[in-house]
Each structure stands twice: as C-alpha cells, then as structure tokens.
Write a protein that binds this ligand. Structure first.
Ligand code: ZN
Length: 449
C-alpha cells in the first residue's frame, strides 16, 4: 500500500513537472498557516462535506478521495478525525528563469493579465462600437475597475445600459488562480462579435441582452502571477483585521450565507467574510444583477474538474419548484452532450454556501450555473494546465453558451409540456437547421478567432 502511494506520488510529481513543479516535503516541518496541496481519502458527499466544513477548499473530487488546499492546522485536524492524508505537497510552482518578472511566464503568455484583458475588451468594443459598450460595474478592494462588456444591437439599450430583452450574464475568474475561467468568457465575446454576420448569431444578438464580465477578482488574479511563481491564490486581496489576506468571493454571496462549506477562520481558503456581501467585488455583482432583472441566465466559469453544477450548493435538498428543478437538470444534461462534463447538483460534491449561483437563483430566480472547466484532474495540470488547453476548452463550451443565450427568453422551453410544443415550433424555425438532430440543435460552428 505504502509503495503504491509512493509510486502514485512519484507519477503525480513527474507528470506535473512538465508545466509546473510541485515538490513534496514531509508533513510536520510546515508552518501552521502554510497552505498545502493534499489528497485526502473521502468516499461520499457526507465525508466530503465534513472536510469542506473544516474550511478546506476542495478542488477535485474522485471516487475515493479529494484533492484540496488546506493549511497545516486543518490537515492535523483531518488526521485527528481519522481522515487519511494520501498526499501532501508544497504549493511552490517554480517557473525558473523569470526572476522579478511579472505576469504570466512566456510559455503561458496567451493568458491575459488585468491590463491585457482590458486592452482586448477595448479592441473588441472599438471594432464593434455599434453593438457593444464597455463599462466598469464597480471596483475591487484594491481599486481596480471590474469591466463588463455589454452586447446589444439596440443603440438606446447600449446608452442606458439596460434593456427589456431577455438577458444572459457570463462571468469568470471569481477565484484568482483559475485563469482559464477568464479566457473562456473573453473568447465568447470575441466569438459572438466576430460572427455577428452569421444569421444564427445575428438573430441572437438582435434579440438578447448580453453581458460578459470575465474577471470578477482582478486583485487576486494579478497577485497570483506577480512573482516568478504561481502562487495558488484563490481569494480576493482584502486585508483581514488579523493581518491575513482574502475572502473567498464564491462563499460571500448573501443567500444562506455561512450555512456550511465555508469558514469563519480568516486564513482559510474558503473564508466567508465578516458578513454576506462584505466584499466590493460581490457587492458589484449583486448591484449589477439587481439593476438587470431582465437576466434569466447566468453562467459563472471556474476551474477545474469538468462539471456542470446547478443549485443548491448549500443544501442536499432539491429545488422545491419541480419545474425549475427539471429545467436545471434538462439544461445541464443537454449541455453535457456537447462538453462531456458531468452534470450534477452542486451539493452532490459537498456542501458549499454563499456561492453566486445559489444567490442568483435563490434570490432572483435566475437559471444560474457553474461550469468547472478543464482539465478534469490534477494529473492534467489542475489550475495551471498551460495555454495549450484554452482552444479546446472554448470549443467544448461554445455550444453550451449559445444554448444558454438562446434559452434566455424562457428556459422552461426545455420542459416537455403541451404549451412547449407550440413555442418550440417557432423556436425551431428561428434557430435550428432543418436537419439538426432534435436534442442538439446547435450545430458546431468552427470558431475563427
Ligand atoms: Zn473556483
């Protein structure tokens, strides 16, 4: 057994060495607040929830274990509670040869820093100024603007920043180290505007109110790449009263806040903050959504694990409105046909409260999803899979995004009801190529980016 674990760890380390380097050191030598990458034995959602309730941030779920980030104090507690720690690694990800460099390393230079994202959004907006505008929807705790690209073909809607058309919001990068989750919403904006003459896309752009907010946590993302090592940073950069940094923005939303899977311990990776919406970043998203209640669809991109998640996260219960439950399930299953991710209720993994989607659905009835993008596994690079993955992730997810935009007028269309059939007829006429299979009505379109 010990040998098997050793062999697995060796394989794990060597696989990761190609893109990042994680070195294993003996547990016990670490400082109590030092964050570590660990693999812990856990067989079901109950065991996983106990781990998550200790303030440990679970990053990947396997049938018999989870990969997680925890401090040494939490690891000790887990061991005292009888959990087996199968692997324990430094978070050092030395890139080598880039002393005092800032931003992404050359081999990952396609990823966008905050300034590069702003430049890309500005370029896109200038090229498509008749149907888009760029707005700051608030500031991060360090004062960076939170940028939102508005896409709408009606000039007065662009000017006012509000619309009566059915709305969809795409967001990324709540968690700093999840850099792929910024690239996909940016590419979605580039794709939509780049294909604006395609009849199917132009019909969408004419009839929908679209908002793309690729970087919800710019301070954290910048911090993650500010030295010559990836820092595995997750939270924002709030300076907590005790001198620690950061609140987990995806545990800070104000619906059933603090009811499980988040922590009051400031040093925890899933620290929930002092109160719901204590952070300027989550306040900005809240205020933005509440000013745009034409929004019917919301998608928050995260990495990693290849999952399509829908509410609830704070409870094992199903949604009480059965039509809504069925709509979430049907949409998730349909989208999974394209990206081959696993569709499931968020709490099937473990309980987590205070996230974007529970709030957006629980408070405003928005059909809100979280995608945990590629890779599927730590073995494939985890948070730092390298820029080569970006195109594939985008191709996997363009159809689900178009499907969501399409459904923004009435997500219940996915339910097989008598009234649905008549609605569906016009829907099919508008959106479907006659020969498209029923279940997958958006045919692949080659992204030309
Ligand atoms: Zn995340």
């Amino acid at each position: 057994m010990a040998l098997n674990i050793l062999a697995a760890l060796t394989l794990f380390s060597s696989l990761l060495l190609s893109s990042i380097s994680i070195t294993s050191t003996a547990y016990g030598s670490s400082r109590p607040d030092e964050m570590r990458f660990i693999q812990i034995g856990a067989k079901n959602k109950i065991e996983r929830t106990i781990i998550s309730n200790l303030g440990v941030s679970i990053e990947a779920v396997k049938s018999d274990s989870v990969w997680a980030i925890a401090n040494s104090k939490q690891i000790l507690k887990l061991q005292n509670d009888g959990y087996k720690v199968l692997g324990n690694f430094d978070l050092k990800t030395a890139r080598g040869g880039h002393e005092n460099s800032f931003g992404f390393p050359p081999e990952d230079s396609r990823f966008h820093t905050y300034q590069q994202l702003l430049a890309a959004l500005q370029e896109l907006q200038v090229k498509n100024s008749d149907i888009s505008s760029l707005q700051s929807i608030g500031n991060s705790i360090e004062g960076r603007d939170l940028w939102a690209l508005h896409i709408n073909s009606t000039a007065s809607d662009l000017t006012s920043g509000s619309s009566n058309k059915p709305g969809a919001i795409f967001m990324g990068n709540h968690h700093a180290r999840e850099h792929v989750s910024l690239e996909i919403p940016l590419m979605l904006a580039q794709y939509l505007l780049g294909h604006r003459r395609d009849p199917r896309i132009s019909r969408m752009l004419d009839t929908r109110d679209l908002w793309i907010i690729p970087m919800v946590n710019p301070d954290g993302a910048e911090y993650d790449v500010a030295t010559n090592e990836y820092r595995y940073w997750r939270k924002n950069r709030r300076k907590n009263k005790d001198g620690t940094f950061g609140v987990d923005l995806n545990r800070n939303y104000g619906f059933e806040w603090g009811t499980g899977g988040s922590d009051t311990e400031t040093s925890s990776d899933v620290y929930m903050g002092t109160e719901p919406f204590s952070e300027p970043e989550t306040q900005a998203i809240r205020d933005f959504v509440e000013k745009h209640l034409n929004t019917k669809i919301l998608l928050s991109f995260h990495t990693f694990s290849e999952l399509i998640l829908y509410p609830w996260g704070h409870s094992y219960d199903k949604i009480s409105k059965s039509d809504d439950q069925r709509t979430f399930e049907k949409m998730a299953q349909t989208m999974a046909k394209w990206n081959h991710y696993t569709p499931e209720q968020a709490s099937d993994l473990y309980i987590a409260s205070g996230d974007t989607t529970d709030w957006a659905y629980g408070k405003h009835g928005i059909f809100a999803f979280t995608f945990e993008l590629s890779p599927s596994d730590m073995m494939d690079g985890g948070f730092y899979p390298g820029e080569k993955i970006i195109d594939r992730v985008f191709r996997d997810n363009i159809q689900p995004c178009l499907y969501m935009i399409d459904l923004a007028d009435n997500p219940y269309r996915v339910l097989d009801k008598p009234s649905f059939n008549s609605q569906r007829k016009s829907w099919l006429k508008n959106y479907v190529q006659p020969h498209a299979p029923e279940s997958i009505f958006w045919e692949p379109i080659n992204p030309k980016l």
